[in-house]
Write a protein that binds this ligand. Structure first.
Ligand SMILES: Nc1ncnc2c1ncn2[C@@H]1O[C@H](COP(=O)(O)OP(=O)(O)OP(=O)(O)O)[C@@H](O)[C@H]1O
Ligand SMILES: [Mg+2]
Length: 384
């Protein structure tokens, strides 16, 4: 294909230069890391090669998957996204590979699985680290020769699907712990697009910030009142545990709630939540400097303050509830907790964690020390 080739007046993605490619697929970032990453994406997109996209939660794994599909020759067909962590283990194989009529209780008719639905296009298997071991064997078979069996069938079927998988887990560690098959890991990692955490590419922060300000100002009809130099510096050096997603959420809340005010550091801090997983001080990803050290201490203090506020709020709620049901408002928190059912306590903890992480189920599950699959199940069970 010749550079600059166009089809019906639209430039073909694989012939775009890097900046145009990023504009077309909404990938913001000019850091060296992002430039290299985009070049890899441009390189692999037009092929049918399986790609493993890795990186912390919120770094943009789905954005990258969309770009790979969008710039591939399969772009006109759809990309089917499957969140492996959200599907209960018992039905995951039938969801992925389909089933025959009567293959299990409740299977009243035959059904196509996601792989068949994605035939001719791309399947994006998100949270691949959550795939049960038994299903991993079957997935490997599809990767190797495109073949699979519907549940309840012994007839091998074939699909033509490009696979993009993503995870925020350390798959190598999962292999060591016996949770992930080594052969599948080797097969997947042949092309691994690793997206660095936002804090590892700080130069991209102002660009993303500006873009999100632009987006949310237009959406809400609010003028941005600007920031002090100290506030700009703070944003660029903050830890951003939730990466681009967290930055985006903070920009939106700040813009809407501060309405045209010129922002200083204190205004920004109000919108930052420091997750308790980060308590293991002081682990630094990059070179230590005074600012990083100060920030670590600073984060620890904000975190303590937030924890205290959480405890205060929980107590307030619990006391309020007890008062409403005719109990003694002055009774001790322990006595009140004894009255509360285990399920109610669990529900509250889940709600609190979800709120804390702006409904990011992965971070909430991490905090609650349960798997995402269990969290999904409980959300459904409690109707949260
Ligand atoms: N480079 C980028 N340019 C513009 N927006 C981005 C970029 N990276 C991420 N985003 C935005 O950040 C948010 C999170 O991105 P995305 O959903 O792709 O992250 P993720 O890595 O898949 O997260 P998770 O692991 O939690 O699923 C989205 O709103 C996305 O549009
Ligand atoms: Mg994602």
């Amino acid at each position: 294909m010749v550079f600059g080739e166009t089809v019906n007046g639209v430039q073909v993605p694989e012939t775009l230069n890097r900046k145009e490619f990023q504009r077309q697929f909404g990938i913001i970032g000019e850091s060296l890391e992002m430039q290299e990453l985009v070049q890899v994406i441009q390189h692999v997109a037009p092929t049918d090669i399986t790609v493993l996209v890795t990186g912390e939660s919120g770094v943009g794994k789905e954005v990258v998957a969309q770009a790979i599909h969008g710039a591939s020759k399969r772009a006109k067909k759809s990309m089917v996204t499957v969140n492996c962590g959200a599907i209960p283990e018992g039905i995951i194989e039938s969801e992925l590979f389909g089933h025959e009529r009567g293959s299990f209780t409740g299977a009243s008719g035959e059904r196509k699985g996601y792989f068949e639905l994605a035939d001719g296009g791309t399947i994006f298997l998100d949270e691949i680290g959550e795939l049960p071991l038994a299903t991993q064997v079957k997935f490997l078979r599809i990767l190797e020769n495109g073949e699979f069996l519907r549940v309840g069938s012994s007839v091998a079927r074939k699909v033509d699907v490009r696979v993009i998988a993503a995870t925020n887990k350390d798959l190598e560690a999962e292999v060591r712990n016996g949770n992930f098959r080594q052969d599948l890991f080797y097969r997947l990692r042949s092309v691994n697009v690793r997206i660095p955490a936002l804090r590892e590419r700080k130069e991209d922060i102002p660009l993303l910030f500006e873009k999100f300000i632009e987006e949310f100002s237009a959406k809400n009809g609010i003028r941005f009142g600007g920031m002090t130099p100290a506030a700009k510096d703070f944003i660029q050096h903050y830890y951003w545990q939730g990466n681009v997603r967290e930055l985006r959420n903070v920009v939106e809340s700040m813009l809407v709630l501060e309405r045209g005010k010129k922002l200083d550091v204190d205004d920004i801090k109000k919108y930052l939540r420091i997750p308790s997983d980060e308590r293991n001080l002081p682990v630094l990803v990059s070179k230590t400097n005074d600012f990083d050290e100060r920030q670590l201490l600073y984060r620890a203090l904000i975190e303590l303050k937030n924890d205290m506020l959480d405890v205060k709020n929980i107590l307030k709620n619990v006391i309020g509830m007890n008062g409403a049901s005719g109990g003694n408002q002055n009774s001790s928190p322990n006595a009140i907790q004894e009255n509360m059912s285990l399920a109610e306590m669990e529900r509250r903890m889940i709600e609190t964690a979800l709120k804390k992480y702006h409904n990011n189920r992965r971070l909430a599950a991490d905090e609650l020390k349960i798997s995402e699959r269990t969290l999904y199940r409980k959300i459904k069970e409690y109707g949260i």
